[in-house]
Write a protein that binds this ligand. Structure first.
Ligand code: SPD
Length: 389
């Protein structure tokens, strides 16, 4: 039993170690509020039986939304976005129409600070108790003080996925590198792999951090001078990169790319799809020797959500052990739901690219966040990289 949960303690240790840099500034002392007579509260209209969710694609098990609709009588409108940038742009514009959104924690922190989410009504979400306490403590420390706004959907890591046979063939006499990042960043490898297709995620805040990590810089550096160094490295492989997309399941399983920078669970789904299609292709989510970048994707209720009670009901439903376990079993991402662990299929619990072993976890890069200025600088560098061929 102890061994089973080692990854969770290792995860929180890594994430805490990576993010414990700054002490928060002391809270300002509030001036006494002037005494005014409050107007009579307006009557609260009953909430219509509707819930609007905005999540990443390929993240919800088949049948889960329908099961919630059937049980609750709430009609769910479920839309998807492919990058944190796309979600962030909607939140900044406001009036998204969505009740629940699922940002990565790297973006959720500035979004909380920008007042884009409302605090959770924890009395309505009893199943919060199912969440893994060390992971929640880590999120509270680094991203969401007192766990006021965010509920983990899943976590995972950004890494390199390959179609093994195609990569081996394209490399010819060149052996697989010790560090899997070489496959996508080192000209010696990319010049060979371009023949079978190299795919990069189409997002500045996905590619620049892994590039920074590869050149030995802090993956979450906010210093534009570091981005220039990352750009210099990326420029050397630009001509070899065929695809910019955030749909690596189709790219790898569909044969458009033999190697991709992608998300662990999506690469696992590509592998499962190849098996289902009885393809001989073996698709693997690799564990680079220098580590991969951990992410947390988290549910939050938008500040202007029209259906906050329905949102709380859905979050509570998702946090049932059987639902969180279904996400891990079907989508190939680890869950932060401790009560779900006994319901994870043995082949998923034992898959080292899903529930990573504690010794590799120690190499993982913990998520942090970027300032608005840093994100802008990263976009400029990334767009320049994409254009330059
Ligand atoms: N198919 C679900 C993909 C979720 C990816 N979220 C990644 C955020 C990483 N920064």
């Amino acid at each position: 039993m102890m061994k089973k949960y080692l990854w969770s303690f290792a995860l929180s240790a890594v994430v805490l170690a990576g993010c414990g840099q700054k002490e928060p500034p002391p809270a300002p002392v509030a001036a006494p509020a002037p005494v005014v007579s409050a107007p009579a509260p307006a009557p609260v209209p009953a909430e219509e039986k509707v819930l609007n969710i905005y999540n990443w694609p390929d993240y919800v098990p088949e049948g889960m939304i329908a099961a919630f609709e059937k049980e609750s009588g709430i009609k769910v409108n479920y839309d998807t976005f492919e990058t944190n940038e796309a979600l962030h742009a909607k939140l900044v514009a406001g009036n998204t129409g969505y009740d629940i959104v699922v940002p990565g924690s790297v973006f959720a922190k500035p979004q909380i600070e920008g007042g884009m989410f409302q605090p959770l009504d924890k009395a309505k979400i009893k199943n919060l108790a199912n969440l893994d306490a060390p992971i929640m403590a880590t999120l509270a420390k680094n991203t969401d003080p007192d766990n006021k706004h965010l509920v983990p959907w899943a976590w995972g890591f950004t890494t390199v996925g390959i179609n093994k046979a195609k990569v081996t063939k394209a490399l010819g006499k060149l052996p697989m590198p010790e560090n899997a990042w070489d496959l996508v960043f080192k000209p010696e490898y990319t010049s060979k792999l371009k023949s079978c297709g190299i795919a990069y995620l189409d997002s500045p805040t996905e590619i620049i951090p892994v590039a920074l990590h590869y050149i030995g810089k802090d993956a979450y550096s906010n210093d534009p001078a570091d981005y220039k160094l990352a750009a210099d490295m990326l420029a050397k492989v630009r001509k070899d990169v065929r695809i910019f997309s955030s749909t690596m399941i189709d790219d790898i399983a569909g044969g458009k790319a033999c190697v991709a920078i992608g998300w662990s669970g999506d690469i696992n789904q590509a592998a499962a799809r190849a098996t289902e299609n009885k393809s001989k292709d073996v698709i693997e989510s690799l564990l680079p020797s220098t580590g991969a970048l951990i992410f947390f994707d988290t549910m939050a209720i938008t500040k202007d959500a029209k259906h906050p009670n329905n949102a709380a009901a859905f979050i509570d439903f998702y946090l049932r052990p059987e639902n969180a376990a279904a996400m891990a079993n079907d989508m190939g991402y680890p869950t932060a739901n401790k009560a779900a662990m006994d319901k994870i299929k043995p082949e998923i619990a034992g898959n080292k690219s899903i529930f990573v072993e504690a010794d590799y976890m120690a190499k993982m890069i913990a998520p942090s966040s970027f300032s608005n200025e840093a994100r802008e600088a990263m976009s400029t560098v990334y767009n320049g990289f994409k254009k330059g061929k």
